[in-house]
Design a binder for this molecule. Structure first.
Ligand SMILES: NC(=O)c1ccc[n+]([C@@H]2O[C@H](COP(=O)([O-])OP(=O)(O)OC[C@H]3O[C@@H](n4cnc5c(N)ncnc54)[C@H](O)[C@@H]3O)[C@@H](O)[C@H]2O)c1
Length: 262
């Protein structure tokens, strides 16, 4: 990225709540113009995130664009609106994702397809749309995806989710290989158990074959002995989005309190 083009612009998908919200707030603190995106049903939560950013810094530049990441036309519209409003794009954070828990013995084709449409096709579409604009701009860029520790090791009851998060690592590596020549770096974060609505609503309900809740199992396996906070992921994304990560690409970095060692 050119160091002299300020302010820079970042898109964050799945930014109405949880990790995406924390990333949007952090990138705004870092001086980015931030595009807050999520599904249309979360319009008021997205507006709240924009208002929270403005409360901290009245001069902060934000834009709210509803987009379903599994839809190519929504994602293309998201990037087009960003260009129209802020003149370009420097950072894409493809954070949106869903997690449903079910044994791979029982998962239906429809459930599998829907999860992959959001978690994998959604990230591909965000990576593609961002890269096309960044290549046209000729000033490099940062593309960042959301994997998971479930993308490093399979776990009972979240097989479809785990497979989708493994796919993000592969996509991130390939994108890094193909777009490095344009000065675009592509990396992903792999959170462990982070205290968000996803964790509370979905994973919190999972009972493993041993009878333990998956959250308690993760806590017990975590050297730091606790669940992480969304801001702890946002701090890392802040670094990934900055000049400080200029020689890093194709990586999926685990942030999980020490559960998984690469
Ligand atoms: N919380 C964790 O413990 C954890 C761990 C590992 C990885 N992750 C990953 O981090 C990312 C954020 O997770 P979170 O915990 O903040 O989840 P969350 O459910 O709290 O927030 C995810 C957001 O994505 C949005 N979203 C869902 N489908 C969408 C779609 N089709 N288009 C656009 N937006 C959509 C949701 O509306 C929601 O606002 C996800 O990709 C998740 O898989 C989370």
């Amino acid at each position: 990225m050119s160091p002299n083009t300020q302010p820079k612009t970042a898109i964050v998908t799945g930014a109405a709540q949880g990790i995406g919200k924390a990333i949007a707030i952090q990138l705004a603190n870092d001086g980015f113009s931030v595009v807050i995106s999520d599904i249309a049903a979360k319009q008021s939560l997205m507006d709240d995130v924009a208002a929270e950013i403005k409360t901290k810094n009245v001069d902060a530049r934000t834009l709210v664009v509803p987009a379903d990441v599994s839809s190519a036309s929504d994602v293309n519209n998201l990037v087009a609106k960003t260009k129209e409003t802020f003149g370009g794009l420097d950072v894409m954070v493809a954070n949106a994702g869903v997690c449903w828990s079910k044994s791979i013995l029982d998962v239906t084709v429809e459930e599998w397809e829907k999860l992959f449409a959001i978690n994998v096709r959604g990230v591909l579409l965000c990576y593609q749309a961002a890269a096309r604009l960044m290549i046209e701009q000729k000033r490099g860029g940062r593309i960042i995806g959301a994997s998971s520790i479930a993308g490093k090791k399979g776990s009972a009851m979240i097989g479809a989710y785990s497979a989708s998060k493994f796919a993000i690592r592969s996509l991130t590596q390939t994108a890094a290989c193909e777009w490095g020549v344009h000065g675009i770096t592509v990396n992903a974060y792999a959170p462990g158990t982070i205290d968000t609505p996803m964790l509370r609503e979905a994973a919190g309900a999972v009972i493993t074959p041993s009878g333990a809740s998956i959250i308690d199992q993760f806590k017990a396996a975590t050297p730091l002995g606790r669940v992480g906070e969304p801001e702890e992921i946002a701090n890392f994304v802040s670094m990934l989005a900055s000049e400080k990560s200029s020689y890093m690409t194709g990586q999926t970095i685990t942030i999980d309190g020490g559960i998984w060692f690469d």
